[in-house]
Design a protein around this ligand. Structure first.
Ligand code: GAL
Length: 349
């Protein structure tokens, strides 16, 4: 009997040691999550700013149990290069992928490779085609609503035009405009272009199109295109609508280098709310922009990546169709620019 009691006590102690021992080592062991961030290019100001935000939010999500290593790679504006980069990241052992596709219609190879290794993918900025995104339950998209950004840009421009008769420089009752387009086939470029023009017309602005030019979201290309447009149309141009801020800054640079005085320049509008443009709005070189919520997008991506890695249930997200997280744009013009300048110097909005 005594022997039996001793044995029972010993067994109980052994179980206790095993249980508490395991628990302890689990707590002490810091897990490492590897995130592979693959950009369509590293030569895009908005994407680079968004990537900086992402780094910030991943750092914020680290704790004594979780170390996060974020590796950023360049797709070099070539889908086959991006496919190879993703393959390399998967081979190196990444746990979650964040992908800004080069070609939004060609994610098949990336999806196939990730699915095979069971690595979740968060697509961002360039929205894959719906059918592709629906192929597997571990794929998500985080971005903005392109139509909303075009509508907001149109509303800001209409307000400025209605508030100041001087915008119609030749007084012919119509606004002669040029439009700087992002990229052929890009959903933001196509939808922003259509919706800004439609919104201006819906808001009783009579428009006359002078020219549409692609400048691939890029400041230098936009400066080039705009220089040619100024040479061709001169002071006829009363309005420049740009699909993003970098190209709007390219337009300003063209007017600067051609020595145009302020009163002869058109009104100019961008989208993104990057810090250089916020300063240009404050100084009056650009009349308005639309804030593309890079902080909100990055925060959602970081949270989602960690939840997917930990296998947590995905609560607290404002999902559309269980796959899409769409952040709102915000209008920025002379009336509220101060808020944005202050916010932008802080760590994160
Ligand atoms: C847009 C952004 C542009 C450019 C583009 C790249 O949302 O406004 O500046 O970054 O994405 O896909």
């Amino acid at each position: 009997m005594k022997k039996h009691i001793i044995m029972t006590i010993m067994l109980f102690l052994m179980i206790l040691i095993v249980l508490t021992g395991c628990g302890k080592s689990n707590n002490e062991k810091q897990k490492t999550m590897r995130v592979g961030v693959v950009l369509y290019t590293q030569d895009d100001a908005f994407i680079n700013a968004l990537t900086d935000c992402l780094k910030h939010y991943f750092e914020e999500m680290e704790d004594e149990n979780l170390k996060i290593i974020m590796t950023v790679r360049d797709g070099k504006d070539d889908q086959s290069v991006q496919d190879d980069v993703v393959e390399g990241m998967i081979d190196a052992g990444c746990d979650v992928l964040c992908v800004d596709l080069v070609d939004r219609t060609a994610p098949s190879k990336i999806i196939e490779m990730a699915k095979k290794e069971d690595i979740p993918i968060i697509f961002f900025n360039r929205e894959p085609v719906r059918e592709d995104l629906m192929q597997w339950d571990k794929m998500y998209y985080v971005g903005g609503d392109a139509e909303q950004s075009g509508i907001m840009q149109g509303e800001i421009a209409a307000d400025v035009i209605h508030a100041d008769e001087g915008c119609d420089k030749n007084g012919d009752g119509r606004i002669q405009y040029v439009l700087l387009e992002g990229e052929a086939g890009h959903q933001d470029a196509i939808i922003r272009t259509d919706s800004v023009v439609k919104t201006l017309m819906d808001n009783n602005v009579k428009l006359e199109k002078l020219s549409y030019q692609f400048a691939n979201w890029n400041r230098a290309q936009a400066e080039n295109k705009m220089t040619q447009l100024i040479e061709q149309y001169g002071e006829e141009i009363e309005l420049v609508l740009s699909n993003n801020d970098e190209m709007a800054l390219g337009a300003v640079a063209a007017y600067d280098s051609m020595g145009y005085p302020e009163e002869k320049r058109p009104i100019i509008f961008g989208i993104d709310g990057l810090s250089d443009v916020l300063v240009a709005v404050e100084e009056g070189q650009i009349q308005g922009t639309v804030y593309n919520d890079k902080e909100g997008q990055a925060r959602q991506m970081a949270k989602l990546a960690v939840d997917l890695y930990k296998g947590n249930s995905l609560t607290g997200y404002d999902f559309k169709d269980e796959k899409y997280i769409i952040l709102s744009y915000k209008k920025v013009d002379a009336s509220n620019i101060k808020e944005y300048i202050i916010d932008d110097t802080g760590a994160a909005k």
